[in-house]
Ligand binder design. Sequence first.
Ligand code: NAD
Ligand code: SST
Ligand code: ZN
Ligand code: ZN
Length: 403
Amino acid sequence: MCSQHPVTQTAASAVDSAPLLSQYEAHYDPSKVLKHPEFRILEADAPELKDKEANIACAYNPAHEVHMIKKPRFKPGKGEAIVHVRSTGICGSDVHFWKHGQIGPTMVVRDECGSGHESAGEIVEIGEGVTQYKVGDRVAIEAGVPCGQADCDPCRTGRYNACQRVVFFSTPPYHGTLTRFHAHPVQWLHKLPENVSYEEGSLCEPLAVALAGIERAGVVLGDTVVICGAGPIGLVTLLAAHAAGCTPIVLTDLVESRLEFAKTLVPTVKTVKIERSWSPEEVSSKIKAAAGTSIRVALECTGFESSIRAGILSVVFGGKVFVIGVGASEMNFPFGYCSANEIDLQFQYRYANQYPKALRLVSGGLINLKPLVTHKFALEDAVKAFHVAADPSQGAIKVQIQD
Ligand SMILES: NC(=O)c1ccc[n+]([C@@H]2O[C@H](COP(=O)([O-])OP(=O)(O)OC[C@H]3O[C@@H](n4cnc5c(N)ncnc54)[C@H](O)[C@@H]3O)[C@@H](O)[C@H]2O)c1
Ligand SMILES: OC[C@H](O)C(O)[C@@H](O)CO
Ligand SMILES: [Zn+2]
Ligand SMILES: [Zn+2]
């Protein structure tokens, strides 16, 4: 736990009040959910889709299908609340699990697996021992629930994104939060301030990724930065870097419309539309020209080797390339250049302790996430939402499912 950030969750609280994993895992243990008598895969015209009490969800499977399922609605366990999920954004990883069936060697879709981890909703039931929340409370759901046990160093020291026993909802085998009723340990819920909507609460998940990057990259007021990639993660990073006082900010993408969209968010951003034929050297010279000054930090939000290389070549001696993007397991990078130029290369894996900060920034008006939502669907139409999110010609930034 970082002493510079006293208002965030503390390692001590993570350990003291953690429910035992086994207790809530019962709800998401694939064998318990998938073999439950109420579990079924729903046809497009299934009556359950119209039943507002049915716990419907949207799932992917190893056959690369995405479809609606009906799950049981469990009672909340000790320390848990049942959240009626009101808004969920589709993340690139949801689409990736559907289309490609895995991320890295360990996150593999082996059965029906509910999607979604960018969610906010309303508490409709509380379990035994829950005193800090009541029915009707509006919350953002932090989808990664670490074990919180005293024998786990990452949990004990507050870097809980490294917990090896984490349950990250929507990462197989754990069903996601793109469902109507989701059981969650209240310790990993965050109360929405009155002026923060469900929609914005849901967007705090990608924002948490960007904020972790800003914090760990040590981005400060007056920093000169380039952000590579103008997808949802690049765009929330843009909003965060702007709020942090970076100037100038250069943003790259291959797609002009994404850069145009970025200018509506932060009109002062300097954009570079990259041609696929350009070498990383050419890209970096365009980035430097757009900045008009030396760049201290590259915040890489694509995960592609060519873009990481361009980031390396763009920053000043002693600069930093902070890679938020996730890409191929093996990549080449210019060791000699990094060595001779004291370039720091750093990476981010999900986030820890960012939700309270994200909510303060949104509530306080420093970051406006609302414009990112370009498409909205009802829960029963979640499959259509997935098809829009996966089709670049639709021009979606963030597709949300609302219930
Ligand atoms: N570190 C983490 O914990 C974490 C969490 C969430 C997402 N991610 C990763 O962040 C990355 C971005 O996520 P997203 O949802 O915005 O993805 P996205 O695919 O929607 O956006 C990526 C953008 O990068 C652009 N792009 C591709 N190649 C480029 C290049 N060479 N130069 C410049 N731009 C290029 C694309 O046109 C696209 O607009 C992904 O790799 C994702 O896996 C990481
Ligand atoms: O936003 C969080 C990310 O999407 C997850 O880490 C995902 O990529 C794998 O579980
Ligand atoms: Zn995600
Ligand atoms: Zn742990």
